[in-house]
Design a binder for this molecule. Structure first.
Ligand SMILES: Cc1cc2nc3c(=O)[nH]c(=O)nc-3n(C[C@H](O)[C@H](O)[C@H](O)COP(=O)(O)O)c2cc1C
Length: 229
């Protein structure tokens, strides 16, 4: 698989079969992902990989919280700015329509949306998951480093025939994740990443993207060529 194929075939997969992910494969991926770039080579990611019994225990504890209506943990970071402006607001709405529309969940049925979202706590059936922390003292550039690292992991997983789903959702149950992982003080849980083999019977609409000229501006010769076209 070349890099273009890895990039375009990666998507947030929300349905996995139970087939185990060999530990050697996870180790190979995470060994290679160490080569991700980071400002001044800080490598600010702290990663825990969960499989087997500990992952089952985490899913169970999270589902118990959902079942008992336990409120979410106090936020350590805001997932999104409180008032999203255009065009982000429209993109977010379009994503919600695509994701929940495909599941047949009506737009204003908040409870049904929550039920669909609760599949997050089962890691969508994935037999492996990674949890990525960052030191609380780090700033936006280091959070960007962590994002690059996670994309590197996701692309390498594609090269191994695996799929994944990044999940900020886990941050709302960060104390439950911490009960299972016991991370040292001072780390913030950025997100989880479910990992496994895709369940191809689960319907997945391809999430769209903005046209190139909405997010990229070419300046110089390439720009002139685009304008002429
Ligand atoms: C940092 C990050 C956090 C995300 N959190 C969640 C999540 O909690 N649950 C979920 O189902 N998808 C989550 N996603 C997946 C996005 O919804 C998805 O990447 C986006 O809609 C684009 O779709 P695609 O990845 O399938 O192309 C997350 C993605 C990123 C990059």
């Amino acid at each position: 698989m070349n890099v273009y194929e890895a990039v375009t075939s990666r998507r947030a997969v929300r349905g996995f079969i139970g087939r185990e992910v060999p530990e050697a494969v996870l180790e190979r991926v995470l060994t290679a992902a160490r080569w991700s770039p980071s400002g001044s080579n800080l490598q600010p990611w702290h990663v825990y990989v969960l499989t087997g019994e500990p992952l089952a225990e985490l899913k169970k504890r999270a589902m118990e919280r959902v079942a008992t209506g336990d409120p979410w943990d106090e936020r350590e970071y805001e997932m999104y700015p409180p008032a999203l402006k255009s065009p982000y607001r429209e993109r977010r709405s379009a994503f919600g329509r695509e994701r929940y529309g495909a599941l047949g969940v009506p737009r204003d049925d908040w409870e049904a949306r929550q039920r669909a979202a609760s599949a997050n706590w089962e890691c969508f059936g994935a037999p492996a998951a990674l949890f990525c922390y960052i030191d609380a003292g780090m700033g936006p550039p280091q959070w960007a480093d962590v994002g690059m690292y996670l994309q590197t992991v996701m692309l390498l997983l594609r090269a191994e025939g695996l799929h994944s789903c990044p999940q900020m959702a886990w941050s709302v149950y960060r104390s439950t994740v911490a009960e299972v992982l016991s991370p040292p003080e001072g780390l913030v849980l950025f997100c989880g990443l479910s990992i496994g083999y895709e369940d191809v019977t689960v319907r997945h609409p391809r999430t769209g993207r903005a046209p190139l000229d909405e997010t990229v501006t070419f300046v110089g010769r390439a720009g002139r060529r685009l304008q002429a076209a």
